[in-house]
Ligand binder design. Structure first.
Ligand code: NAD
Length: 511
């Protein structure tokens, strides 16, 4: 079989040599007339860095498989050698229990890394596609091109995982990358800023620490892709900044995740699985179950089971448990504390501002109009809303913004499937919480106000890859090609139709 032509490393249209000039040169007007500067913004404090990365990308350095593998393996060494530092930093930042930090910040990153290393050569390969009659002797394939210079902005709740998992995909796809950690988790940010760069090629990968003002300046530069994880309100700001340069974005946002619990469930199991998902990282998880929808009868049974699960997990005084995290900052503490006034506290409710501690809490008699139902909880508070039946629960879910995940618990699979089929959300998990995130084979992302785009496993690689449609034609057989050139005729039209049409299966070719 004919091998596809290995196309030389190409510069993206509009990015001539001039884009390699330093920002100061461009500011001084040293760019030759007529050339286009892709990433330099006059007087912008980050223009030099973006230019430097763009020059590295244009050099083709990040493209070979061996280079990508070497950088990914270095990232693996960072996770291995600095595991303890990660656990300490996240413990200092928000009292993240070591078990939860190792599981969510280290282990899940390693899984993503191994998935990429195991499959990268396969993911990178050109994908040959079907051809029509006119192109039978040619090569038609999808080239997996890197986007170029990409920006990854992370939140504070999983400050390592939510930067490194997109970074793994961006490196795997052959991009140069700037990552921007959250300012709120200072210790994790410092680790990213001071230690991670020691493991990676500084020409191609940079960490920028920036508050709102500096990030606004950073976003003035042209990036080829922006991957943002955070709140819907900041997501809008990111998308607006990206729109100026027509830069594509992935927005991993939040929302309120409903959890339907049917009357047929094993109550103890449900209580443990829901409590674990809600109180993991003190509820500061974008896919935590936010509110339970169940019947009054189920609420009666669920309450003692939830109390039992909480005591089983954190003891009779969760404040003293080494396995229960704290709220990340004072502002966030006050926001979550204020939500305790919704409905009635059935379990927990204790708070300690000095420690930024909020006990694992369950609120009942919550009305849809209560403040706790107007925003994402993002803290250790579980709401219970009673409904008459599954249909009412589904109507309730569908009357609100589409969530990042819908959970449904039932011992009857048909019921779980009903909830799956009749609702819409970023992801779905039946009879458990959070566990869908452990599969690198599943896409992860939101829909509507919970986000745009997806990642995990090959989906992260594809997110940071431009799927470039390529047709490589032979240079001979010109007499056949003349059939599509003027002067046109009905006869030529018939031949062109036959040679290029896509037919319905079973339809025969008619001239
Ligand atoms: P955030 O939106 O406040 O901040 C996210 C990032 O944006 C941070 O790095 C921050 O420094 C930066 N930022 C903040 N304001 C900015 C501005 N005006 N201009 C430019 N950059 C700005 O979010 P957060 O509080 O860090 O994280 C919590 C939110 O993230 C929750 O809504 C949660 O649901 C969501 N989240 C979503 C996912 C997901 O995968 N979908 C994962 C984790 C968190």
């Amino acid at each position: 079989m004919q091998q596809p032509l290995q196309l030389p490393v190409q510069q993206p249209p509009g990015c001539g040599k001039s884009s390699l000039l330093s920002s100061s040169a461009s500011a001084a007007g040293a760019i030759p007339k007529g050339s286009v500067v892709c990433s330099t913004v006059s007087g912008n404090p980050y223009a030099g860095l973006v230019s430097h990365l763009r020059a590295a990308w244009l050099s083709g350095k990040t493209r070979p498989l061996e280079y990508r593998v070497a950088q990914l393996e270095a990232l693996g060494r960072f996770l291995e050698e600095k595991k303890q530092d990660i656990l300490e930093a996240t413990a200092l930042d928000m009292g993240k229990p070591p078990f939860e930090a190792e599981f969510s910040e280290v282990l899940l990153c390693k899984n993503e890394l191994n998935e990429a290393l195991n499959n990268l050569s396969w993911w990178m390969k050109d994908k040959h596609v079907d051809k029509n009659l006119a192109t039978q002797l040619d090569l038609a394939f999808i080239r997996k091109d890197p986007y170029g210079v990409v920006l990854i902005i992370g939140p504070w709740n999983y400050p390592i995982y939510l930067l490194l998992v997109p970074l793994i995909g961006a490196i795997a796809a052959g991009n140069c990358v700037i990552i921007k950690p959250s300012k709120l988790t200072k210790n994790s940010e410092k680790l990213m800023e001071e230690v991670l760069p020691k493991y990676l090629d500084k020409d191609c990968f940079a960490v920028v620490t920036a508050g709102v003002e500096e990030t606004t300046r950073l976003l003035e530069n042209k990036f080829d892709y922006i991957f943002f994880t955070g709140s819907p309100s900041v997501g809008r700001i990111i998308m607006t900044a990206a729109a100026k340069h027509l830069t594509p974005v992935t927005l991993e946002l939040g929302g309120k995740n409903p959890c339907y619990v049917s009357d047929t469930c094993d109550v103890q199991n449900v209580a443990r699985r829901v409590a674990w998902g809600r109180f993991f990282n003190a509820g500061q998880t974008c896919i935590a179950p936010d509110y339970v929808l169940c019947s009054v009868e189920m609420q009666e049974k669920l309450m003692p089971a939830l109390r039992e699960a909480i005591t089983e997990f954190y003891g009779s005084e969760p404040r003293n448990s080494p396995d229960f995290a704290r709220i990340v900052g004072d502002k966030q503490f006050k926001r979550v504390q204020a939500l305790l006034s919704s409905g009635r506290v059935a379990i927990g409710g204790q708070t300690d501002e000095k420690e930024r501690y909020i006990a694992p809490t369950v609120l009942v008699d919550v009305k849809p109009s209560d403040p706790a139902m107007q925003e994402e909880i993002f803290g250790p508070i579980l709401l219970i809303i009673t409904v008459a039946n599954m249909d009412e629960a589904i109507d309730f879910i569908n009357s609100r913004e589409r969530p990042l995940v819908v959970y449904a618990f039932s011992s009857d699979n048909k019921e779980v499937n009903q909830v799956l089929e009749r609702t819409s959300s970023g992801g779905f998990c039946g009879n458990d919480t959070l566990m869908h995130v452990t599969l690198t084979s599943l896409p992860f992302g939101g829909i509507g106000s919970s986000g745009l785009g997806m990642f995990h496993g090959q989906f992260t690689f594809d997110t940071f890859t431009h799927h470039r449609g390529c047709l490589q034609r032979g240079t001979g057989l010109e007499p056949i090609n003349t059939l599509r050139y003027p002067p046109y005729s009905t006869h030529k039209m018939g031949l062109v139709r036959t040679a290029t049409s896509v037919k319905r299966r079973g339809e025969c070719f008619l001239l």
